[in-house]
Write a protein that binds this ligand. Structure first.
Ligand SMILES: Nc1ncnc2c1ncn2[C@@H]1O[C@H](COP(=O)(O)OP(=O)(O)OP(=O)(O)O)[C@@H](O)[C@H]1O
Ligand SMILES: [Mg+2]
Length: 341
């Protein structure tokens, strides 16, 4: 539905060039929620703006519905933009217009008759749960409510694609979850494809089907969310993931482990069938090693199970090494040194 083919974007300012996006190729399938995660300055917003030609690529091609969008006529481009809704971190609402006026705006531009606009806006406000706020002004709304208005406005022209630039970054965790829930509903009930960018792994975990990790303008890793979580290939991805895994140890626990001479723990991550296997008791039975579970969770990600365990292995070094070799056949094993975690 959206295809990036070797896309690059270079900005030219007076004294220097900035390669904001470089050699990016990936495809977003119809009906999915695709997330792009990266640190500040990675090039995410630039990448998103290439989808509706708010920016033109300097190299490569972006296709939407099999059309190379840089070749479109003005008329076709207007049509494309009606087909792509967009929401923003700072909502970008008109403060001088009511909620009704904000949502009606794209419909007025599209020159719909008044009664049809009214019907459509009412329907949209009901969909986002704001039917009682039609006459309020943005200043009278909470952040979460403002983003609901932003979503209603983005949906006004019945787009097939919704692109979201850090749509929840200005919101507290609970409100973030509500908005993510609404985006999921947009995807499932209205069958709208969503491309979102974020710097929060939590957003990816909650609603995305697939994810790409972006760094210095490039995509460094891409896959289903479950695959990326259970087997991240790059350090950057591992950092994003560990930011939401509950594996920070309390000071007391750390001290206790230290005083017992423990220097290293092991983080085991795994998915699918393995989550049902008693791998640790298999280990304890077959090797002369004691397994001490420090913490652990099994989460559901996009309908699949994802396990994350932190364990201590007590025994002779040679025996521990055998256990690691055995475990590595079925799960991802990462050493966590106590002084650094
Ligand atoms: N119009 C512009 N002119 C010049 N440089 C730009 C322009 N837009 C973006 N850049 C540069 O391109 C790089 C990528 O910026 P971009 O806004 O895409 O990053 P981002 O990943 O969205 O970051 P953030 O998470 O902070 O929003 C940055 O170095 C930025 O300064
Ligand atoms: Mg940005």
């Amino acid at each position: 539905m959206i295809i990036f083919e070797k896309v690059g974007k270079k900005f030219q300012s007076k004294d220097r060039e900035i390669q904001a996006v470089e050699d990016v190729s990936f495809a977003v399938e119809e009906g999915e929620i695709f997330g792009i995660i990266g640190f500040s300055g990675a090039g995410k917003s630039t990448l998103l703006r290439l989808v509706n030609l708010l920016e033109r690529p300097t190299t490569g091609t972006v296709y939407v519905d099999n059309l190379a969008i840089d070749k479109l006529s003005q008329k076709e481009l207007r049509k494309l933009r009606q087909n792509i809704g967009m929401i923003f971190q700072n909502f970008n609402l008109f403060n001088s217009r009511t909620v009704f006026g904000n949502v009606a705006y794209p419909l007025r531009i599209a020159k719909l008759p008044k009664d049809e606009i009214s019907r459509r806006v009412t329907e949209l406000l009901r969909f986002v749960g704001l039917e009682d706020k039609a006459n309020s002004y943005p200043d009278q709304l909470s952040g979460g409510q403002k983003q609901r208005v932003g979503i209603a406005r983005a949906l006004a022209t019945s787009p097939k694609i919704l692109i979201c630039d850090e749509a929840t970054s200005a919101l507290d965790p609970e409100t973030t979850n509500e908005i993510l829930h609404l985006l999921k509903k947009v995807n499932e009930e209205l069958n709208i494809t969503i491309l979102l960018i974020t710097h929060e792994m939590n957003v990816i975990r909650k609603i995305c089907d697939r994810v790409a990790v972006m760094e210095n303008g490039r995509i460094i890793e891409e896959g289903t969310v479950l695959d990326i979580f259970s087997n991240p290939k790059t350090k950057t991805t591992r950092n994003f993931i560990s930011s939401i895994l509950n594996d920070s140890l309390s000071d007391t626990l750390r001290k206790n482990l230290h005083s017992e001479g423990t220097k290293v723990l092991y983080r085991l991550t795994f998915k699918g069938e393995v989550t049902k296997r008693p791998i640790l008791s298999e280990i304890a039975k077959n090797f002369n090693v004691d397994v001490n579970i420090i913490n652990g969770t099994i989460d559901e990600i996009q309908g699949g199970l994802f396990g994350n365990l932190m364990v201590e292995l007590r025994g002779k070094n040679s025996e521990v090494a055998k256990v690691i070799a055995q475990l590595s056949k079925v799960v991802q094993v990462k050493e966590v040194y106590l002084h650094e975690s």
